[in-house]
Ligand binder design. Structure first.
Ligand code: NAD
Length: 292
C-alpha cells in the first residue's frame, strides 16, 4: 500500500461538494466532515421524517468544537446550513463526489448505484464506504468505472484520521488523486490499498475482536478484558469498540471475511447470537454494555 500524503498530485478541479447516501453511524460522521470542509453537502434520506433527528446528531458531533472554543455557535450554524436533504435521487447533478454508506449488502448497494448513475454528472466520482465487500464486485455493473472506488472511513469519523482508498483496475488516477486531495485538506490520512475482502484494517481488526469474544466465552469478564487492553495502550477495549462499530456490522464483516479466507477468519458464535438477538451495541442501547 501507498501512503499518499506527500506523493499525490494536485488536481486542477478539486472536489468541492458531496452527496452522502446513508445516514447511520458512518453516514452522520461523513456528513459532519463534509459540512465542515466542503462548500455544499446534500444528503439522501430514506424517509423525510428522519431529517430532524439526523441533523441533530450531526450537530452533536460539533459540540466538542463549541465546548473547546475552537468554533463559535455561529460558525457551526454556518456549517450545518450547507446541508440540504431529499428523500429522492434528486438534485445531485452538480455534485463532484457521492459517497454511499448504506447497509452492508451487495445487492442493495448495486441497486443504489444504478439509480445514482442516472442522476449524476458525467465526472461525478462514486465512492463506497463498504467495510468488507470487494470494490471490483460492487462496481461490476457501474458504467463509468474510472470514477468508482472505495473510500473507507473508520468510526468515529470525526476522530479517526485513517481512510483506506481502494481503487479497482479501472479507477482513473485522476479520481484517486481528487479524492486524496479532498481528504488531506479535510485533515485525514488516506492510504491506497489493494482491493480484497476486508482491505487492511478489518483483516487485522476482525481476528482481534473475535479472539476477545473467544476469551470471554472461556470464562473471563467483559470489563476485565476491556480494561486489560486499555492498560496495554489501546484507546478502548475490544467490547467497547464492537459496541461502537455495531454488532450487525461486525457480524456482516466477519461473515464476508469468513467466506473469503475460510477458517483463518472464524465467526465467533457469541457475535452471531448477539446479532440474532438484535443486541447491536450503542445503536440499540444494548450490546456488550447497556446504554442510557
Ligand atoms: P448503520 O446501520 O448505522 O446505517 C445504515 C444506513 O443504511 C442507514 O441510514 C439506513 O437507513 C440505510 N439503509 C438500510 N437499508 C437500506 C436500504 N435497503 N436501502 C438504502 N439504505 C438503507 O450502518 P453503518 O455502520 O453506518 O454502516 C454503513 C456502511 O459503512 C456499511 O457499508 C459498513 O460496512 C460501512 N462501515 C461501517 C463502519 C462502522 O464502524 N460501523 C466503519 C466503516 C465502514
Amino acid at each position: 500500500f501507498e501512503k499518499l500524503n506527500k506523493s499525490y498530485e494536485k488536481t486542477s478541479n478539486p472536489i468541492s461538494n458531496a452527496v452522502v447516501l446513508g445516514n447511520g453511524v458512518m453516514g452522520k460522521g461523513i456528513i459532519y466532515l463534509f459540512s465542515k470542509y466542503l462548500k455544499d453537502v446534500r444528503i439522501k434520506l430514506r424517509d423525510l421524517t428522519q431529517a430532524h433527528e439526523i441533523l441533530k446528531d450531526v450537530a452533536k458531533i460539533y459540540d466538542h468544537s463549541i465546548k473547546s472554543r475552537s468554533m463559535s455557535k455561529n460558525q457551526v450554524d454556518f456549517k450545518l446550513n450547507k446541508i440540504s436533504y431529499t428523500d429522492k435521487f434528486l438534485g445531485f447533478k452538480n455534485f463532484d463526489f457521492v459517497i454511499e454508506a448504506i447497509i452492508e449488502d451487495e445487492k442493495v448497494k448495486k441497486e443504489t448505484y444504478k439509480e445514482l448513475e442516472n442522476v449524476i454528472g458525467e465526472n461525478t466520482i462514486i465512492a463506497t464506504n463498504t467495510s468488507s465487500i470487494s470494490i471490483e464486485k460492487l462496481g461490476s455493473e457501474i458504467k463509468n468505472k474510472e470514477n468508482f472506488l472505495g473510500v473507507h472511513f473508520f468510526n468515529p469519523v470525526n476522530l479517526m484520521p485513517l481512510v483506506e482508498i481502494i481503487p479497482t483496475e479501472q479507477t482513473s488516477k485522476e479520481s484517486i488523486n481528487k479524492v486524496c486531495e479532498m481528504l488531506i485538506s479535510s485533515g485525514k490520512t488516506p492510504i491506497v490499498v489493494k482491493d480484497c475482502a476486508g482491505f487492511i484494517v478489518n483483516r487485522i481488526l476482525l481476528p482481534y475482536l473475535n479472539e476477545a469474544a473467544f476469551i470471554l466465552e472461556e470464562g473471563s469478564r467483559i470489563e476485565r478484558i476491556d480494561s486489560i487492553i486499555k492498560d496495554f495502550g489501546m484507546p478502548m477495549g475490544p467490547f467497547t469498540l464492537a459496541d461502537t462499530v455495531g454488532i450487525d456490522i461486525g457480524y456482516k464483516v466477519a461473515s464476508i471475511l469468513n467466506e473469503s479466507y475460510g477458517s483463518r477468519m472464524p465467526i465467533a458464535s457469541l457475535i452471531e447470537k448477539m446479532y440474532n438477538a438484535k443486541l447491536l451495541g450503542a445503536k440499540t442501547k444494548a450490546g456488550f454494555y447497556e446504554y442510557a
